[in-house]
Ligand binder design. Sequence first.
Ligand code: ZN
Length: 92
Amino acid sequence: MADDPQKPGLIPSASTTGSAIGAALATIAQDAIMLFGEPAQRKRLRRCENPGCKVVFYDDSRPGRRRWCASNRCGDRMRAKSYRKRQKAQGV
Ligand SMILES: [Zn+2]
């Protein structure tokens, strides 16, 4: 049987869903511009230094030198890793 072009499809009309998603995206984009519009704030948007982690975070610390998405997660992991590396290098 050939496809009947008159048959209503299962995909809802693009005009209703499209505008709802579009409105939501516009709100998100607006928030992003508000948050990261300032160059000083944009510099604080960075990627976690853990190579296995792809999280991008906003550094809200006062000195602005945060290196990990969460210090009690990637921070601890990376500190432990560099500690073991140092121990190994010293032949302990
Ligand atoms: Zn991380």
